[in-house]
Design a protein around this ligand. Structure first.
Ligand code: FMN
Length: 262
């Protein structure tokens, strides 16, 4: 199977998925394949180039993924055989999200050539020590490299676990709906600590769904549309946004804010 160019669409909250995408980009390029990276949050699915191979990358979230990532995939235009592959990163268990996604893209006429789930450090609830996380990142990037090679030599696969993965996907959608509810959003709203926050506005720029506003000389304020990607919490240069649901408030980031924003 010849691949000349990959248009790689990705979302990354705290940097794990970005590192995986960059590793795969490096491997593709070393093998003569042109790669263009696109942020899902800035991309219009209807404008993708159906002549190229499409890559999709995202983190696993409550056994599924973020709404705007799902919406992007659901809104891909119909086609006739455009090659598509996906990769997700996760801290533990995915629930088999690759299965339902395969059905969606297949129904639209894509040729699903590969799917891979790559373990990376968990970025929520319990953040492990730096050495352990570094090891996980190295292992994950090694897998990303190997996965990119299997895509190039035609050996990658996009399997599915019927029924079970569909059932888990349904449960996950229920949990995500709960996370959207106003009462949940108010209960877990992120608030900066005034003694640490310098009102630099980086969190406003980082938020992929425009949920953070900052009026002149005010502290940043979250609305009620948080997707809990943790960018604002984990990438704040002054750690001014407390991670209330993380053990001992410890945060994780694989990259710095400017690398996510470039
Ligand atoms: C709100 C939220 C929910 C998550 N749910 C899951 C999950 O269900 N299963 C899992 O294995 N990891 C879960 N994770 C961990 C992330 O998928 C994992 O750390 C991922 O590599 C983060 O990628 P990123 O740094 O590109 O955002 C969750 C993380 C967040 C922030």
């Amino acid at each position: 199977m010849t691949i000349e160019k990959v248009d790689f669409y990705y979302f990354s909250g705290t940097g794990n998925t970005l590192l995986v995408v960059e590793k795969m980009e490096e491997t593709f390029k070393k093998n003569g394949v042109d790669v263009e990276l696109h942020k899902i949050e800035d991309s219009d699915p209807l404008k993708i180039n159906l002549e190229q191979t499409i890559g999709i990358a995202f983190p696993v979230v409550i056994l599924s993924t973020y709404h705007f990532v799902s919406d992007f995939i659901h809104s891909l235009p119909p086609t006739n055989g455009t090659k598509i592959f996906m990769v997700d990163t996760l801290g533990g268990v995915s629930g088999g999200i690759v299965g339902p996604l395969r059905e969606i893209v297949k129904k639209k006429g894509y040729n699903p050539i590969g799917a891979k789930e790559i373990q990376m450090p968990l970025n929520i609830f319990y953040v492990e020590d730096e050495k352990t996380n570094q090891k996980k990142v190295q292992k994950g990037l090694n897998e990303a490299h190997k996965y990119a090679l299997t895509i190039l030599n035609g050996e990658s696969e996009w399997g599915r676990v019927p029924v079970l993965s569909d059932a888990i996907n349904l449960i996950s959608r229920g949990a995500l709906k709960l996370a959207d509810a106003d009462f949940h959003q108010k209960l877990f709203i992120f608030d900066p600590e005034p003694e640490k926050c310098r009102k630099c506005g980086i969190c406003v720029e980082l938020c992929p769904v425009g949920n953070i506003q900052m009026a002149d000389d005010e502290y940043p304020k979250h609305g009620l549309n948080c997707e809990y990607c943790l960018r604002c919490v984990s990438l704040c240069p002054r750690h001014a946004m407390p991670a209330r649901f993380n053990y001992k408030g410890k945060t994780y980031r694989a990259v710095k804010a400017k690398e996510i924003m470039h």
